[in-house]
Design a protein around this ligand. Structure first.
Ligand code: NFS
Ligand code: SF4
Length: 642
């Protein structure tokens, strides 16, 4: 593909050209180099869980082999592979949640700790979920009990994940009836790995049930713990203004880019980068100041709490270094391409790993410990300042592109905004849907991928939804894409939204796409949907709501997990590239059709983002009809037939 035809994003286009000119490979080059990809793997019918294999199922129907050496057929193999992806995704989000809970516990126990409890109201709200006594007790006592209760979610030996009881009652009963109510987070990951090892669960539906239970242990467990306790520890996000794209990097600053997922280190860095002494040191080296920007979900975490600008999303991690203006890239965990070490090696950029869980051979490692957060961050910033003089001015190339954005919405602040100042309630939102001013809502989330024209899936889908009066909520790399393309500005409603959605945005002063945080913050979407159900008038369960979910450019195992917890929560979920299981017709029929009768949600795979948006809109209309809602107020953009 000629690269100048790709990319709606000018900054990315420019930087990919620069990489070519400099003879530095990027994700797009390496993706080309791994073509053609193995069909068996793509279709999910390769099994290598024991050494009688690897076994591959013939892709020609009726032709041998139709089973692996042990007799496992395509259904079993594909289901096992998917379940293992879910377990990995749950593990990633939940380990992040555990880290936050452990830090909260220390913050509660140690008076001079580097982290303090910033949101006591939220702490008390979670205390209620866990049955922790609040009255007459100190914040630190409450926080200790809450942190311990949250930590028990990971390893209790009986009972259920307690925070999942914040789901609507009908949903909980359904999960119990289907035996997919998660029991404890680690247990569901372990049981999924057990069931999918050689010679255990062979029934594809039964395997997928466990997959859903593990996924629910993420969305309504590990991720929810991560979000809720982060709000307690770092403060709840509030709507704020910032900017996005590589142009946020300023040539005269000492520049530090944070990349990864966990807020523990980056939150302290965000605070310390404003430290007068450190700024003075940077100035003494001839810099204007200290510039901090983020990549991936770490970026989202400190954007929504500190307004730190977004340098870019997953696909731009190498491109940030290619600007030649980055003194240091600090990474924690997840979505880190090992290639950043190679790219950093071509510039003066110091790459620093900080988690014992995510190191790179030959890369400088400054291990992060919460007990010494400020000290370590001072060291990191100090090294970045020292590195400023090593920058080669002639190699600096920063694209100009940036966009303004408003981010930082939460279950509570949507509540506040849509409820207006005097009525903190979801009523106006529900009423807007009931009256046909708003068609419904869609969660558009997830990664970006070299498989398609960069960001085209996200942008086309989101714009099509907005045009049809669907309010979009966004997290992860989709949120960064929306930011870069101006969709997080309140005024973008007038350019892109249908008339009804425009009216809502004007009345409330919100953008038509609400950035609700990092990927773990998809739990905010679950909470918001629950609040909409309890507000009344739109059914009794999440599956009654006129809503849909999508990840048009997903690539990570975490996205599979997220998709499954939305489906298991009753949400119709569309992804671009299909799940790697298309080699099993039975599993395909189950996930895209029959599963709906059990859980109310189902999967759809649709690479064309506009068609995918129309599928979501049709689903929303189906739900509106079932709820006997009024017809939509204004003429709609959607054509009746695509
Ligand atoms: Ni989500 Fe966030 Fe981005 Fe995908 Fe990676 S950063 S956790 S996995 S690529 S959206
Ligand atoms: Fe082959 Fe069965 Fe072993 Fe899988 S478990 S590698 S299908 S023999």
């Amino acid at each position: 593909m000629p690269k100048d035809l790709l990319f709606a994003d000018n900054a990315t286009r420019e930087m990919v050209k620069r990489a070519e000119a400099e003879n530095i490979d990027t994700i797009w080059d390496r993706y080309d180099a791994v073509q053609p990809q193995c069909k068996f793997g793509s279709l999910g019918v390769c099994c290598r869980i024991c050494t009688m294999g690897p076994c591959r199922i013939s892709l020609t129907p009726g032709k041998d082999p139709q089973t692996g050496a042990c007799g496992a057929n395509a259904d079993t193999i594909a289901a096992r592979n998917i379940a293992r992806m879910i377990a990995a995704g749950t593990a990633a989000h939940s380990d992040h949640g555990r880290g936050v809970a452990l830090t909260l516990l220390q913050a509660a126990e140690k008076p001079n700790f580097d982290y303090q409890i910033k949101n006591a109201d939220k702490l008390k709200a979670i205390a209620e979920v866990y049955g922790v006594k609040v009255q007459g007790r100190s914040i630190s006592d409450i926080a200790q009990d809450v942190a311990k209760a949250a930590l028990e979610e990971f390893g209790r030996y009986e009972g259920e994940v307690r925070i999942a009881a914040t789901a609507p009652k009908t949903r909980q009963e359904l999960w119990r009836k289907l035996r997919i109510f998660p029991r404890s987070i680690d247990r569901e990951v372990v049981e999924t790995m057990h069931r999918t090892t050689m010679g255990v669960d062979a029934d594809y539906k039964n395997i997928m049930k466990q997959g859903m239970r593990a996924a629910l242990a993420d969305g309504w467990g590990g991720s929810m713990v991560a979000t809720e306790l982060s709000d307690v520890l770092f403060g709840s996000p509030q709507p704020l203004r910032s900017r996005a794209n590589l142009g946020v990097i300023e040539a005269d600053n000492v520049n530090i880019v944070v990349h990864g997922h966990e807020p523990l280190l980056s939150d302290v860095l965000a605070i310390m980068s404003k430290d007068e002494d450190l700024i003075a040191k940077a100035k003494a080296k001839g810099a204007k100041g200290i510039g901090l920007a983020g990549i991936c979900c770490t970026a989202n975490e400190i954007l929504v709490r500190h307004g730190v600008p977004l340098a870019g999303n997953f696909m731009q991690q190498e491109l940030a270094i290619l600007t030649g203006a980055i003194e240091m890239m600090v990474v924690d965990v997840q979505c880190l391409m090992p290639s950043i070490a190679t790219v950093a090696g071509c510039f003066h950029t110091q790459l620093v790993t900080t988690s014992s869980k995510a190191r790179m051979a030959g890369v400088r490692h400054i291990e992060f410990h919460e007990t010494e957060a400020k000290k370590i961050c001072t060291e990191i910033i100090g090294e970045a300042i020292e590195n400023f003089s090593n920058r080669k001015k002639e190699r600096v190339y920063i694209p100009k592109d940036t966009e303004k954005l408003v981010a930082g919405f939460t279950t509570e602040s949507v509540f506040h905004h849509l409820g207006g100042k005097y009525r903190s309630t979801y009523r106006p939102l529900n009423d807007a849907i009931i009256a046909g001013r708003l068609r419904g809502a869609a969660g558009v989330v997830g990664c970006s991928t070299p498989r398609i024209d960069y960001e085209s899936g996200h942008i086309k889908m989101v714009k099509e939804l907005l045009k049809n009066d669907v309010l979009v909520v966004s997290t992860g790399c989709n949120a960064i894409t929306c930011a870069k393309h101006g969709l997080l500005k309140p005024e973008s409603a007038f350019e892109f939204a249908g008339k009804g959605l425009q009216e809502i945005c004007r009345a409330v002063g919100i953008p038509p796409v609400l950035h609700v945080g990092a990927c773990v913050d998809n739990s905010r979407i679950l909470r918001t949907l629950t609040n909409i159900v309890s507000e009344g008038g739109l059914g009794n369960d999440l599956s009654d709501l006129p809503v849909a979910g999508a990840a048009p450019e997903w690539m990570s195992e975490k996205a599979v997990t997220i998709g499954f917890y939305f489906v298991a929560s009753g949400v119709y979920t569309v992804i671009g590239h299909p799940l790697p299981m298309m080699g099993s017709q039975n599993l395909f029929n189950y996930l895209t059709r029959d599963i709906e009768q059990e859980v109310g949600g189902k999967w759809a795979f649709e690479p064309d983002a506009v068609v995918a948006a129309h599928k979501m809109i049709r689903h929303i209309d189906k739900k509106r009809k079932a709820l006997k809602l009024k017809p939509m107020m204004y003429e709609q953009a959607l054509k009746p037939e695509e």
